[in-house]
Design a binder for this molecule. Sequence first.
Ligand code: PGA
Length: 243
Amino acid sequence: MIIQRFDHEDALASALASRLIDAIVRNPRLVLGLPTGRTPLPVYRALRDLTARALVDWSAVRTFNLDEFAGLGGDDPGSYRAFMQEALFDHIPIDPVNIAMLDGGAPDLAEECRRYEKAIADAGGIDIQILGIGANGHIGFNEPADELHAHTHVATLQRATLDANAMLFGGDPGRVPKCALSMGMATILGARQIVMIALGEEKSDCVAGMVTDLITTRLPASFLQVHPHVTVMLDHAAASKLV
Ligand code: PGA
């Protein structure tokens, strides 16, 4: 793992946005894996700014988001689709047909998960997967457990995750859907490159465990240790427990 520390989230965001734009320039058909949450917001702002300034051509770039709430269609304001439109997609010249997201409103969620795995394979796999990390060590909605799913699946969300997503539902964790669709561990680890981003003290314990402890399903992010091309981008608070 390559660990990069930054003085401020804006410095992290601009470094990652520049890396992504460089990758798009080198490969206009880049396949990006994208996260939602608070952590990527500065990165999406930096991507929007760089795109406007450098006239980046997004027309052939394809994206796959990590996860989506079960039971919410993409037009629901609490959906991750709505989050992504507002944070990024509405502000960059990406072709909507190249945006792939799990459909939480699909009538058959197991079939929707299979469709998504196939779509990723048909796209040739993910070139760069951006990841956040939950304070409980989850990646995507792969929550700490005795066993983890390899492929895209329906996940039951833990209390900490419901609380962390309450902002999308008027601050009320009780309104957050209890289940979600998520890429699995093999889906995520199948990306050619992975970039993990984490900000703030509340992530410092799981970041330290992810980097230095033994691999365990109780800290799903620890599986990134087996991937050959991972960059971990941290502010000083998130890096504070790394020895
Ligand atoms: P956050 O979520 O960026 O809102 O902290 C990260 C995650 O749960 O993956």
